[in-house]
Design a protein around this ligand. Structure first.
Ligand code: ATP
Ligand code: MN
Length: 558
């Protein structure tokens, strides 16, 4: 007999035993009653991947790629909307929050309007998707997260990106620590106080809830949880939250953290066949070691190829969510070079789709190497330099990169940008709080630190230069991990005072020191290096009263 459309037991949970329908029903009923959703709605609670596929395929434009991934579209927003992100100003958190352009205030009345607007919208839906899962692989620190949404694509995205509870854990899940109400298909009301567009992403640290209106970009949910961890971890546990990827040596067990802004190579470089992948984007550093916050990876797909990035290419299969890509309508083969919809084409997959993933995604070791990634479109910074403790602090606080097109709405050209702690959009406390904690940890655990420019070298992007070939960047990383670079001979890089190796086996010597090989000649180089140094100094001005003279002196000198 064919199942009926409103067979809740079927759509309910793959994680609860089939032999216990009453248990399933009671959990479902309590969730519906608690959430105040439409009691006649079909609720998909932690549904299996094929069930989410079936429902997603009913959404307009959704399809299956030739390799079995779910192809979904996020509508007009194909990147995050940082200008529309707001934090509720309430008494329990207001004194801790770094108010300003990153964390804009919204009052509790507006929050209530937005939340009821989201729930009212969800009440009109005949089908609702709920995902209950964890953020944070270390059981000591993990939080319970609930996603409530109306698109199967959003549910599958978060099923991939969060850590799936076991049957036992789901039975005892109880109430979530944090809930996301995603009503992204429905706009914010521009006449509500504080609203400046039809998009609003609001977080309330007192109620531990988040509301999404007017954007269907799934990355808002992922980065919303990251924001919560930037608040909760340091406040509750004195644990440091970092915008970084992490991997671990297969034999020696040494851990490397890669900090970097969007497009600098966290995902690409952490997927390394010689090392175990701990995670590609969000980590915490506790007294016990390093743990990943997420259960999945979110990789860029533009120009993806099996030759250059085989691990990621092969992870795009049944269960993965491919976003905003263009494919051949007959063969369903994805055209990874196509950026007609956006440069920020993405794929979200569970981390165990990467063969070298380390499950559980944590290491009870402190990082041996800290790699600060930057993608310098000016080509001024050397591909690799070794940093002193003071230089790590200077560059971590500065957070320099060239913002590449795509991940944020409206950015279409590379532009120089400084983003504190390599993650300013997600910081909740003042950047110095995180910087101080990092400094303490690096001193305590004696981690080596490096600045790695994955961007242009020898000439700027504007002057037709080329990005450092991935194979050389990978060779440099191998040399860091093998210890070759510890024993190398170094020279001092002008103005920035960085120590750069004179040679790295397998890497052409002429790319290592841009000052000696500038395409437009040495005179032009000294102008270009001074220009970048000037930008660093201007940006650092705002922190000058809060850092030591040693850290200040670790920056560029003009
Ligand atoms: P996000 O925070 O948005 O996830 P990310 O730091 O993970 O960003 P990646 O997804 O790894 O960034 O993006 C780096 C991109 O740059 C990839 O598309 C990669 O193929 C490309 N790339 C080109 N040359 C290099 C290089 N030398 N090193 C690293 N990545 C490179
Ligand atoms: Mn990434």
């Amino acid at each position: 007999m064919a199942p009926t459309a409103i067979d809740l037991h079927h759509s309910y949970s793959e994680s609860l035993p089939v032999s216990a329908p009453s248990q399933k029903a009671s959990r479902k009923d309590s969730v519906i009653a608690k959430l105040g959703l439409n009691p006649d709605a079909v609720i998909h609670y932690n549904s299996a991947v094929p069930i989410l596929y079936e429902d997603a395929l009913k959404e307009k434009g959704t399809s299956i790629s030739s390799t079995g991934a779910l192809v979904a579209y996020s509508g007009s927003k194909t990147g995050r909307s940082p200008k529309d992100k707001r934090i509720v100003d309430e008494e329990t958190s207001t004194e801790n929050i770094w108010w300003g352009p990153v964390n804009k205030k919204v009052d509790e009345t507006t929050w209530k309007i937005s939340k009821s607007r989201a729930i009212d919208y969800l009440r009109t839906r005949e089908k609702i998707f709920i995902i209950d899962a964890f953020a944070g692989w270390d059981p000591r620190y993990r939080i319970k997260v609930r996603i409530v949404c109306a698109r199967a694509y959003h549910a599958l995205f978060m099923k991939n990106m969060l850590i799936q509870p076991t049957e036992e854990e789901l039975k005892n899940f109880g109430e979530p620590d944090f809930t996301i109400w995603n009503a992204g298909q429905f706009p914010a009301n521009v006449f509500t106080k504080g609203m400046t567009s039809s998009t609003s992403v609001e977080i309330n640290f007192k109620d531990m809830e988040m509301v999404i209106l007017g954007t269907e970009y799934a990355g808002e949910m992922k980065k919303g949880i990251f924001t919560v961890m930037f608040y909760l971890m340091p406040i509750r546990h004195k644990v440091l939250t970092l915008h970084s990827s992490a991997n671990q040596g297969t034999v020696s067990g040494d851990v490397t953290l890669f900090f970097g802004l969007s497009g600098t190579g966290k995902t690409t470089l952490s997927a390394d066949p010689n090392r175990k992948l701990i995670g590609d984007d969000e980590h915490c550093w506790s007294d016990h070691g390093v743990f990943n916050i997420e259960g999945g990876c979110y990789a860029k797909c533009l120009d993806l190829s099996a030759e250059k990035e085989p691990e990621i290419f092969n992870a795009i299969k049944f269960g993965s969510v491919l976003e905003n890509i263009v494919y051949d309508p007959i063969s369903k083969v994805v055209d990874y070079e196509n950026k007609d919809i956006t440069e920020n084409t993405r794929c979200a997959y569970p981390i165990d789709f990467i063969p070298s993933a380390k499950i559980p995604c944590l290491a009870d070791r402190h990082p041996s190497n800290i790699v600060l990634l930057t993608c310098d479109a000016r080509g001024v910074l050397p591909p690799i330099s070794k940093l002193t403790n003071a230089q790590v602090m200077y560059h971590f606080i500065s957070g320099y990169t060239s913002k590449m097109a795509g991940t944020e709405d409206g950015v279409t050209e590379p532009e120089a940008t400084f983003s504190a702690c390599f993650g300013q959009p997600f910081l909740v406390l003042h950047p110095m709080k995180y910087a101080q904690q990092l400094s303490d940890k690096i001193s305590e655990h004696k981690s080596n630190a490096w600045l790695l420019n994955t961007g242009w070298t020898g000439s700027s992007a504007a002057k037709g230069g080329k990005r450092c070939p991935l194979k050389y960047t990978r060779r440099i990383l191998d040399a860091i991990h093998s210890g070759e670079l510890n024993d190398a001979e170094y020279e001092t890089y002008p103005t920035f005072g960085l120590q750069i190796p004179k040679s790295v086996p397998g890497v052409p010597a002429e790319i290592l020191n841009p000052s000696k090989n500038w395409a437009e000649g040495p005179e032009k180089f000294s102008g270009d290096v001074r220009n970048l140094a000037q930008l660093f100094l201007e940006n650092f001005e705002k922190y000058s009263s809060e850092v030591t003279e040693v850290v200040k002196a670790a920056g560029p000198q003009l």
